[in-house]
Design a protein around this ligand. Structure first.
Ligand code: CMC
Length: 429
């Protein structure tokens, strides 16, 4: 941290206020405004457009350059050389594991993939047509009612155990949502399989047959999880941190993150992309939808385009696009009509003045929607896949926060309601 200072003068306040300015290892300088409260002032920043809510060492994004680093490692390199579980280790522990550490971590995660048998009873209480994200919010929160032996958040060992349980069990809960919706029996995890393979086995396997997961599909699934693993202080991660700042248990905090992720402006966008492609229905109707997206009086937005931080290509989208092309080719799906609409839409939007000027590039959700469809994942499960992949990010941020000094998150407000006034009796209104 540096000794730099910012000076603030405010009309009506007869002194100059000095505020410390910090430089991180990367990124813009940050003005520490905490001292303003003592001067009777707050800052106003709805949507956190200019506010760093915490200090973190986990992930760095340069939206202008299109850079994403996990613990310093570029996402492109991790996607090419690493695996999802190795990236989970990196996020949680801060370094890439040695061979022995990697094997031990994989073995630990694998040994926690089952969920308490009574959790299945919860699922039977839901409607069959419930949205899987609705079930996930409840089921993940309910984990704290089953695994309360490791919920002392002051205990480092408990924190790590809970992080491991979350990463291990969420794919099992996710696949159970799908099985319940189609009336098939829940599949127990098969711990001889890799993480991604096991998830696909629990999704698509049946007890009466040997499951046969194509390696190309398992590899693509692992990469989808990896590309979603963390994204610094996005809405769901900030929600997890805020919930955690009150001392809430990590299962409850991750359940709150899942709820925040569900919205179409965040993780729900991958599902919204596919629904939009279905609605467009034919390449001949793309112009009509582009026109609607540009019309200020029409709330329609091109789902899968734009990002709060990336004003250049989302680096995850670049890798996802490449993966998408490979998978479509290997599965012989290049001629799928929906995928044709997606490709044409992408091309038109990339050449359109409106999208260029506003720096609205396709984001990770645009390509993940397409790839997940090609992998045979049902559309309602798309955001659940995002939640599964994002779990290590949520737990790493929660763990980082709880491991250091932290304060309960308590934003203030610019109040514009009535000033004090006297109660009016019913007969006088
Ligand atoms: N289609 C058409 N216009 C758009 C779009 C879009 N997808 N996204 C932004 N704009 C316009 C918007 O109307 C505004 O125009 P103007 O300046 O004339 O008012 C301008 O671009 C800036 O938009 P904003 O809403 O102020 O930007 P934001 O940073 O608050 O929102 C966003 C970012 C991702 C919520 C937004 O781009 C969006 O709604 N995109 C579609 C949903 C989506 O794909 N979300 C996934 C995000 S990536 C994965 C994740 O992090 O979850």
């Amino acid at each position: 941290m540096t000794e730099l200072k910012a000076q603030l003068t405010v009309d009506g306040v007869d002194k100059t206020i000095e505020l410390p300015v910090y430089s991180g290892t990367e990124g813009p300088m940050v003005v520490d405004v905490r001292g303003l409260t003592a001067q009777g002032l707050f800052t106003y920043d709805p949507g956190f457009m200019s506010t760093a809510s915490c200090e973190s060492k986990i992930t760095y994004i340069d939206g202008g350059q299109g850079t994403l680093l996990h613990r310093g490692y570029p996402i492109e390199q991790l996607a090419e050389h690493s695996t999802y579980l190795e990236t989970c280790y990196l996020l949680l522990y801060g370094e890439l594991p040695s061979k022995a550490e990697k094997e031990a971590f994989e073995a630990t995660i694998t040994s926690h993939t089952m969920v308490h048998e009574s959790i299945a009873d919860f699922y039977h209480g839901f409607r069959r047509d419930a949205h899987p994200m609705a079930i996930m919010c409840g089921a993940v929160g309910a984990l704290s009612a089953f695994y309360h032996e490791s919920l002392n958040i002051e205990n480092e060992e408990h924190r790590v155990q809970t992080a491991i349980k979350l990463i291990a069990k969420i794919p099992t809960l996710a696949a159970m949502c799908y099985k319940f919706s189609i009336g098939q029996p829940f599949m127990y995890p098969d711990n001889s399989k890799s993480y991604a393979e096991n998830f696909l086995h629990m999704m698509f396997g049946v007890p009466c047959e040997e499951s046969n997961i194509k390696p190309v599909i398992a590899r693509a699934m692992d990469r989808v999880f990896l590309l979603h693993a963390d994204h610094e202080q996005n809405a769901s991660t900030s929600t997890v941190r805020l919930a955690g700042s009150s001392g809430a248990n990590p299962f409850a905090c991750v359940a709150s993150g899942i709820a925040a992720l569900w919205g179409p402006a965040h993780g729900g966008a991958n599902e919204a992309v596919l629904n939009m492609l279905y609605e467009i229905g034919d390449v001949s109707r793309i112009d009509e939808y582009i026109k609607r997206a540009k019309d200020k009086n029409d709330p329609f937005r091109l789902m899968g385009f734009g990002h709060r931080v990336y004003k250049n290509f989302d680096p995850r989208a670049k890798v996802m696009k490449q993966s998408c092309d490979e998978v479509l080719q290997e599965l012989g799906l290049e001629d799928d009509p929906l995928l044709k609409i997606a490709k044409r839409l992408e091309q038109i939007a990339l050449e359109d003045e409106y999208f260029i000027e506003k720096k609205l590039y396709p984001n990770v959700d645009f390509y993940s929607g397409i790839i997940l469809k090609a992998l045979g994942i049902p559309v309602e499960m798309f955001t659940v896949i995002f939640a599964t992949g994002r779990t290590p990010g949520w737990v790493a941020h929660w763990h980082e926060m709880i491991s250091g000094p932290y304060k309960i998150g308590r934003p203030r407000q610019l109040y514009t309601g009535y000033s004090k006034r006297d109660y009016v009796k019913l007969e006088d209104r």
